[in-house]
Design a protein around this ligand. Structure first.
Ligand code: HEC
Length: 205
């Protein structure tokens, strides 16, 4: 009886120390910073974001020079979501654009992670960093799983003023078309070099 009791006690103590040990390990894992994203995966996200901007930029420029800015607003309304959906389908990643102030409220409204990226970009721009290759990538755990999230800054170029600039730069026809198509448009009043938004890529890991 005595022996049995000792034996049970021994097992309880060993299990307790094992449990204690695993609890410590878990704690250590939890406080570790999230791992650095894999460079080749970041490169794939970068390429997907670039594909969206290049294709859309091509359509926009062509339309501006052939049919003018009013028609280009209509084309952008169709082409921007279509190209984003197309690039997303081809790459298996979610590729889109978000704005610091938004025109397409459905597609262009930043979520919490995007807002964090935008705030960081605004900060870095204010400190004099060039917008050219300004990007931010992070592995994040969301309720639905782990994702590699990527954002690249978009700043305003002179050609964007016609549709996103201060009122004086926007032709009346464009103003009317924007008011009709985007009654909640907040994406005007930008100057060249301002942070307009970001191209964002979300990829399941
Ligand atoms: C011909 C007008 C026009 C020009 C020029 C134009 N845009 Fe836009 N922009 C739009 C329209 C229309 C949308 C909304 C598209 C949609 O419905 O998805 C938009 C949306 C955006 C968005 C997505 C976020 C949001 O607010 O919905 C970004 C980012 C953006 N534009 C950046 C730019 C930049 C940078 C330039 C210059 C290189 C530019 N745009 C030039 C009309 C224009």
């Amino acid at each position: 009886m005595q022996n049995r009791y000792r034996h049970t006690l021994f097992i309880v103590l060993v299990s307790a120390s094992l449990l204690g040990c695993s609890a410590v390990e878990q704690k250590t894992v939890a406080v570790q910073p999230s791992p650095t994203p894999d460079a080749s995966m970041v490169e794939q996200s970068r390429a997907a974001g670039k594909a969206l901007l290049m294709q859309l930029g091509g359509v926009l420029k062509k339309e501006m020079s052939t049919d003018g800015p009013v028609a280009a607003v209509g084309v952008c309304k169709q082409a921007a979501p279509a190209i984003a959906a197309d690039v997303s389908k081809q790459t298996g990643m979610q590729v889109s654009r978000v704005g610091t102030r938004v025109r397409n409220t459905e597609l262009g409204t930043p979520d919490a992670w995007n807002n964090q990226a935008l705030a960081q970009f605004a900060d870095r721009l204010a400190k004099g960093e060039s917008a050219e290759s300004m990007e931010f990538a992070q592995i994040v755990t969301e309720p639905t799983g782990k994702y590699l999230r990527y954002a690249k800054a978009i700043t305003l170029q002179p050609m964007c003023l016609t549709c996103h600039g201060p009122a004086a730069y926007i032709p009346d026809g464009v103003k009317a078309k924007l008011a009709a198509d985007y009654p909640n448009d907040k994406a005007t009043g930008y100057n060249v070099g301002d942070l307009r938004g970001a191209v964002v890529v979300r990829r399941a890991l």
